[in-house]
Design a protein around this ligand. Structure first.
Ligand code: K1U
Ligand code: ZN
Length: 172
């Protein structure tokens, strides 16, 4: 089932999320709903707080080419265990900040540990867009948005646009 995505500013997007204790069928359904919501948006990632669930769960699939096999990743309690000194600049977007894009600098390569949909511990090194996306999603779990990486004036400008968008949507 697709879930509605919260739009910034929303206090739930600023909260630090709690770890998922043990896997359950409810959590697997939540992860599947998040993948459906992400693909439907469309997007390349989604974090649980974006649908109002304040638990440490993210999903992502950064396979770009339509002809390539999809690679949906479900990560419970993801943790970055190492980051490269080398950085990468990517023009990021966010499903909670529609139609706004800005360049963000982040480590180019990150090593991540997480628990998968079957409760199995996983560890993998990500590069390029995958690394950017997994860092963007883990930021969400810590109440941080990509605009928090920008200069205050630019952040304020985007926030005002989102406030206007939310007022318009509420009136419609
Ligand atoms: O977390 C989110 O809000 C999802 C976000 C992830 C992301 C995008 C760009 C850089 C870092 C993280 C998105 O998916 S925004 C939409 C998007 O990037 C996209 C949509 C359709 C096709 C390809 C990309
Ligand atoms: Zn986002």
């Amino acid at each position: 089932m697709k879930r509605p995505i919260l739009i910034h500013p929303d206090p739930r997007l600023k909260k630090v999320c709690v770890p998922v204790p043990d896997l359950s069928d409810d959590l697997r359904v939540l992860a599947d709903d998040m993948l459906e919501t992400m693909y439907g948006a469309p997007g390349i990632g989604l974090a649980a707080p974006q649908i109002g669930i304040l638990q440490r769960l993210i999903v992502l699939d950064c396979v770009k080419e339509d002809d390539d096999e999809p690679r949906p990743l479900v990560m419970f309690n993801p943790e970055i265990i190492s980051s490269s000194g080398e950085t990468n600049v990517y023009e990021e977007g966010c499903l909670s900040i529609p139609d706004q894009y800005a360049e963000v600098t982040r480590p180019k390569v990150v090593e991540v540990e997480w628990m998968d949909r079957d409760g199995k511990a996983q560890r993998e090194t990500f590069d390029g867009l995958w690394a950017t996306c997994v860092q963007h999603e883990i930021d969400h779990l810590n109440g941080k948005l990509f605009i928090d990486h920008l200069k205050p004036l630019k952040r304020q400008m985007i926030t005002r646009k989102m406030q206007k968008l939310k007022r318009e949507r509420a009136r419609a």
